[in-house]
Write a protein that binds this ligand. Structure first.
Ligand code: GDP
Ligand code: MG
Length: 162
């Protein structure tokens, strides 16, 4: 079975940027506008001979209405479909109530979850650890999706875990 990895998190944390980097496609919409990827999107990727499927999602804000509610629904469905979840947070923005809401949901699910702090290019490593350890999902793995920083160690952790 090809493992399925879902990228979830608030809008604008860098999910589509990571998706594009993993799938090497430019298809997922990457924008400075929060919430542009309106539903989930599947891509094929491969790491050290291991094929996997990655799902990009529109994001969960925490107070959804209208289209946001739909996006959040898609994200929850992606979590159900996935073998592993990459829960992405924004290292520059710090921990937000939206992050806490998603963390609460993920802690209740029996899913292999990796907490990924993106945008470490603009953040202090110690404060990242301090902020996000409080989400109760272990220590964050710091990456910079836009610059390709620490992506390979992340994939090692996600795909080589039993
Ligand atoms: P999404 O809404 O979670 O899919 O977020 P996007 O992938 O659309 O990215 C939102 C914004 O964050 C864009 O302006 C990206 O260029 C920017 N971004 C993504 N990754 C990084 C990163 O590693 N460092 C910095 N500084 N910005 C990033
Ligand atoms: Mg997106």
């Amino acid at each position: 079975m090809v493992p399925v990895i879902a990228l979830v998190g608030r809008p604008n944390v860098g999910k589509s940027t990571l998706f594009n980097r993993l799938t090497k496609s430019r298809d997922a919409l990457v924008a400075d506008f929060a919430g542009l990827t309106r539903d989930r999107k599947y891509g094929e990727a491969s790491w050290q001979g291991q094929d996997y499927i990655v799902i990009d999602t529109g994001g969960i804000t925490g107070d959804e209405q209208g289209i946001d509610e739909l996006m959040a629904g898609q994200s929850l469905q992606a979590i159900e479909e996935a073998d592993a979840v990459l829960f992405m947070v924004d290292a520059r923005a710090g921990r937000t109530p939206g992050d806490e809401l998603i963390a609460t949901h993920l802690r209740k699910r029996n899913k292999h979850t990796f907490l990924v702090a993106n945008k470490i290019d603009g953040a202090d490593p110690d404060s990242i650890l301090g902020e996000f350890a409080h989400l109760g999902l272990g220590a964050p793995i710091g990456i910079a999706a836009a610059h390709g920083r620490n992506i390979n160690p992340l994939l090692d952790a996600v795909l080589n875990e039993p």
